[in-house]
Design a protein around this ligand. Structure first.
Ligand SMILES: *Cc1c(COP(=O)(O)O)cnc(C)c1O
Length: 458
């Protein structure tokens, strides 16, 4: 068996989870309309709904909370955070926001005009929402292989340059406000983008004067994959790799709730002076002063410390390898998952897990509900329900990837928790014939997966 690194932390504070019995779990998921987003956290034993804002902070970050400067303007914690982002991510300017989607809102409002196109390496829910709400059409330019859960490639998040070129030829560069590049690609299963691909996207965009903004929510995980998999990077530090990645962009939107190792926070970063001035004007309307953007002083302090901790090799190695440990156990037991295993979670391939349930009957949604019933492990649907409807035709998007995401919070769970999770999934897989499909009984008009309710269809 492969070697997995031990936890690079000692546990100083513990939280005791509730363990419900089977009847209680069945009642809880029914009351939640078979939507794991609607479960109470207290009713979950191992909560793998998301790695967003669920990070465990270090003792240093908690100490940082005590030196929060809650001044309305010019907080010293902001100055610390701003300097840290400039040093570690290499951008010239930073505008803080309450979380990632706050930055997406600002960027989309500032750069998008109706009738334009924003290409991206696979969509992300909130990102595409803001692009479309401002009148753009999203175009997927990720390599075809990213949509196939069985193809094992080291950099499955890469952009297909031919697709980007084809869009430029079709609509013209002036109709493309910017290219959105996610590192890593959440919806593809946490798949990384290679440095060579980032360089090539930059070169193509430079030919046409196109801007590139990264969705850099999981940039440190992406950097770890580059170090482990890409030729020429084995001896570079994570910090050097992150800086080189951003050198090929014009700016980035960041959710600190992921690789920032905090529970809330985000920012929009850029090199352009004029765009910075405009973002400062706009942030006061939607988020708050340009010296806090919706965050408290103490949160900004923890965020600055989190960014520094996140690029430590021992931290990121354990983070990614712990995810691999869970995935490897499932692969060994023959459970179908998206390959290769991504940076922040394991994605069950619901199409192959439940071949008897057609996509219209929401197999991934049903699988997530049944995993909770089986063991109290909370996961999330990432399939037809998350993909939503086409804004023009009103038809359901039918994504090729119909998955259940098991997202691992950072520094929260141990390998033993991964064992419990793997065992319950393997058990469910053995009894998969008993699982039935679901239908909507309430469907919200936008970002429907959060609040939707379901019931069995037969
Ligand atoms: C979480 C996430 C966002 C949005 O960030 P929030 O902090 O949740 O608003 C954007 N893009 C990706 C890839 C994400 O994972």
């Amino acid at each position: 068996m492969k070697n997995y690194p031990a936890e690079p932390y000692r546990i100083k504070v513990v939280e005791t989870p509730n363990v419900l019995n089977k009847e209680e779990r069945y009642a809880a998921i029914k009351a939640a309309g078979y939507n794991t987003f609607q479960l109470k956290s207290e009713d979950c034993y191992i909560d793998l709904l998301t790695d967003s804002g669920t990070n465990a902070m270090s003792d240093r970050q908690w100490a940082g909370l005590m030196i929060g400067d809650e001044a309305y303007a010019g907080s010293r914690n902001w100055l610390h955070l701003e300097a840290t982002i400039k040093e570690y991510y290499g951008f010239k300017h930073v505008t803080p926001t309450h979380q990632g989607r706050g930055a997406e809102n600002l960027l989309s409002k500032l750069l998008i005009t109706p009738g334009t196109y924003v290409p991206g390496n696979m969509y992300f829910t909130t990102t595409r929402y803001h692009q479309e709400a401002n009148g753009a059409t999203f175009r997927d330019i990720i390599i075809d292989e990213a949509h196939d859960p069985d193809i094992d490639l080291p950099f499955k998040g890469n952009v297909d340059l031919k697709k980007l070129q084809a869009l430029i030829d079709e609509v013209g560069a002036e109709k493309i406000p910017y290219v959105c590049l996610a590192v890593t690609v959440n919806m593809a299963g946490g798949q990384p983008v290679s440095m060579a691909n980032m360089r090539a996207v930059r070169a193509l965009c430079d030919k046409y004067g196109l801007k590139i903004f990264y969705d850099c929510t999981r940039c440190v995980e992406n950097a770890y994959f580059i170090k482990m998999r890409e030729e020429g990077y084995a001896n570079k530090t994570i910090k050097e790799i992150v800086l080189e990645m951003f050198s090929y962009s014009d700016g980035a939107t960041m959710s600190g709730k992921k690789d920032g190792l905090v529970n809330i926070g985000g920012f929009l970063a850029m090199n352009d002076d004029d765009l910075y001035t405009k973002s400062r004007e706009m942030v006061v309307v939607f988020e708050g002063m340009p010296s806090y953007g919706g965050m408290t002083g103490r949160d900004m302090e923890a965020f600055a410390i989190g960014i520094k901790e996140s690029i430590m090799f021992e931290y990121i190695q354990h983070r990614v390898e712990q995810v691999a440990y869970l995935g490897d156990k499932l692969i060994d037991a023959g459970v179908p998952i998206v390959k290769p295993i991504g940076g922040h979670g394991v994605f069950l391939d619901a199409r192959h897990f439940l071949p008897h349930i057609p996509q219209e009957k929401l197999p991934a949604q049903s699988l997530a509900a049944h995993l909770y019933m089986e063991s109290g492990v909370r996961s999330m649907e990432r399939g037809v329900v998350s993909a939503g409807r086409d804004t023009k035709t009103g038809k359901n998007h039918m994504p090729k990837l119909e998955t259940v995401r098991l997202t691992i919070p950072r520094r929260v769970y141990t390998y033993a928790h991964m064992d419990v999770t793997a065992d319950s999934i393997i058990n469910l897989y053995k009894n998969r014939d008993k699982i039935r499909g679901l239908k909507f009984v309430y469907e919200p008009p936008m970002l429907r997966f959060f609040n939707a309710r379901f019931d069995y269809c037969d």
